[in-house]
Design a protein around this ligand. Structure first.
Ligand code: 8DG
Length: 156
């Protein structure tokens, strides 16, 4: 199934480039960069474009990707396309940077995944470890209570 939004995590060593969001949805929260898929774009094309627009970083592929689905309160299924890229250590990208979308800054992976961190989207600590550990495509279904199951489902 194809959903409307992408989220991209750019990793360099033990840190990830995160965006403290200026706008709704999830205003004020630290998330990966991303946005709406436009026109006929594939999720990957949209993700590469959003990374370029929001960070100025040109990527040509992702290390891992996936889809995170959940059932909404009215019973329909919604979801987002998620991506992880590994940046070369030689890339020098000083932060913080204030942009129209919010504040970009490097955050330690341990900080992002800390169980006491209220500043990141609730699903991130559940799916990000899979993207970090395993190359390729992943599919997740998020259930209330906070568990994401990895499904053995092929990309459409
Ligand atoms: N709509 C929505 N977006 C979500 C959820 N969880 C989550 O990480 N996101 C991410 C996906 C996108 O990276 C971002 C929302 O997109 P956005 O506000 O940056 O993009 P937009 O296309 O509406 O705005 P723009 O890029 O055209 O300025 O939040 C969610 O539950 N709903």
């Amino acid at each position: 199934m194809k959903f409307k939004y992408t989220v991209c995590f750019l990793k360099q060593g033990n840190r990830i480039l995160m965006l403290n969001r200026e706008k709704a949805p999830i205003m004020g929260i630290w998330n990966g960069v991303g946005g709406k898929i436009e026109g006929n774009e594939s999720p990957v094309q949209a993700a590469l474009r959003e990374v370029w627009e929001e960070t100025g970083i040109r990527l040509n592929h992702f290390f891992s990707e996936g889809v995170v689905e959940w059932t909404t309160s009215n019973g329909s299924v919604d979801g987002i396309h998620v991506f992880l890229a590994v940046l070369d250590q030689s890339l020098d990208y000083p932060t913080p940077i204030k942009t129209r979308e919010g504040i970009l800054d490097w955050k330690k992976i341990d900080w992002i995944l800390d169980a006491n961190n209220l500043g990141i989207p609730e699903k991130v600590p559940h799916y990000l470890p899979f993207l970090l550990n395993d190359e390729g495509y992943h599919a997740f279904h998020y259930k209330a209570g906070g568990i994401i199951y990895e499904k053995s489902e092929d990309r459409e």
